[in-house]
Design a protein around this ligand. Structure first.
Ligand SMILES: Nc1ncnc2c1ncn2[C@@H]1O[C@H](COP(=O)(O)OP(=O)(O)OP(=O)(O)O)[C@@H](O)[C@H]1O
Ligand SMILES: [Mg+2]
Length: 375
């Protein structure tokens, strides 16, 4: 939905953005990362036309933004800048409502939406009458985020929004952003200089150097297949494998394990296992995707009556992990419980993936291959 076409930006003779072309799909969070001065903020500001490209075109939903009314353009964009950019002379409430008021939206609606935003960023309503200086850095950042989301724009631009925060607050806000994004699916352009942050929150990462894009790829590919020496230096060679706690269940799980509903007959379960070449099925509630049990081919083979529903014989005592559990814990679990497959469940017990012995082996062998390479 956002498309850069041969964008160049020059200041006098200095080229700071070099003929960049890329696309950001609707609903994706893309992190721009690179050394100081590489052109991240410039890229971001060209999207809301705070900076005008020297040449090239930027399209949003196939519309050339240079031809759009700039007020209308920005109305559909939230903008969170480093150090929050809250207006110091306004209360939190006024800060959140400023754009909606300029737009003369319905006061009742504004009030309601303001409270929703406070809930969304997890702040008490009592903060509404305070001034930004009466809030901690993390609380101010939350207000910055609330303000960017309040008009429900399609696009949110975030320029190092969490960089001034201590690690714990920052990690907390990152987690909240991920949850928010899971729900709202905004198109988010997020500038950071923190690779951990980028890997954690982004669908795609764009690595820049001296105004050029070196690699625009998924976090996983950037970590595992850096496109050149600079990227691999930047990412930190072996980064993921030297910090195994950083490898999470969701990194190594199979995203779409083979499932069945609890009322499926054993005959059909067998058929499904055969056709999908697996030796067990995850039994889930078809509506909520909650994991109800697991059935193995072996169990079914012991049954004479194959017209029975799988729920009658499935295992319900299942050991599972959460998406952000680390590989260290998972290995221990495999070791302690002698299990082959471990379902990955979210906090509502919904099945989100499956870790198999082979996915673990692949992950680990990768570690040894990589270690050999640097030795
Ligand atoms: N108004 C300006 N006039 C001249 N040069 C500029 C101007 N604004 C930015 N630059 C230059 O453009 C380059 C890119 O700047 P930009 O702010 O996009 O970097 P950045 O990647 O956001 O860096 P940082 O991580 O430090 O925020 C820098 O070399 C900067 O000095
Ligand atoms: Mg910047």
């Amino acid at each position: 939905m956002i498309r850069f076409e041969n964008i160049t930006k020059k200041y006098k003779d200095k080229v700071v953005i070099k003929n960049n072309s890329f696309e950001i799909e609707k609903g994706k969070l893309v992190a721009f990362i690179g050394e100081s001065g590489c052109g991240k903020t410039t890229t971001l500001k060209m999207i809301n036309r705070l900076i005008k490209p020297s040449s090239g075109k930027i399209y949003i939903n196939d519309e050339d933004i240079s031809k759009k009314d700039v007020i209308k353009l920005r109305r559909n964009m939230g903008y969170v800048i480093q150090q929050t950019g809250l207006f110091p002379h306004m209360t939190v409430k006024e800060n959140i409502q400023v754009i909606s008021k300029v737009e003369k939206r319905d006061p009742e609606q504004i009030k309601k939406r303001t409270l929703e935003m406070m809930d969304m960023v997890g702040l008490d309503y009592e903060f509404l009458d305070r001034y930004p200086t009466e809030l901690s850095g993390g609380q101010q950042q939350r207000i910055g985020v609330a303000r960017a989301f309040v008009t429900d724009p399609d696009i949110i631009l975030m320029d190092e929004p969490f960089s001034a925060l201590d690690p714990i607050t920052r990690i907390g806000l990152q987690d909240e952003l991920i949850e928010l994004q899971d729900k709202l699916r905004k198109t988010i352009v997020f500038v950071t200089h923190d690779m951990d942050e980028a890997v954690k929150i982004a669908d795609l990462i764009c690595i820049m150097k001296d105004g050029e894009i070196l690699q625009y790829d998924t976090p996983e590919n950037i970590l595992k297949n850096p496109s050149n020496e600079f990227v691999s230096q930047f990412v930190g060679k072996n980064r993921i494998w030297t910090s195994p706690e950083y490898i999470k269940a969701e990194d190594i799980m199979i995203d779409s394990p083979v499932t069945c509903s609890k009322s499926m007959t054993l005959l059909r379960c067998m058929e499904r296992m055969r056709s999908r070449k697996v030796d067990s099925l995850m039994v889930i509630d078809s509506k909520s995707r909650e994991l109800l049990g697991v059935v193995k081919a072996k169990q079914i083979q012991q049954q004479k009556d194959r017209t029975k529903a799988v729920e009658e014989i499935m295992d319900t005592d299942i050991c599972s992990v959460k998406p952000d559990d680390s590989i260290i814990g998972i290995l221990k679990l495999v070791d302690d419980n002698h299990v082959n497959n471990i379902p990955v469940l979210d906090k509502d017990k919904k099945l989100v993936g499956l870790i198999t012995k082979s996915s673990l082996v692949t992950t680990l062998s990768q570690q040894f291959l990589d270690t050999e390479e640097i030795m």
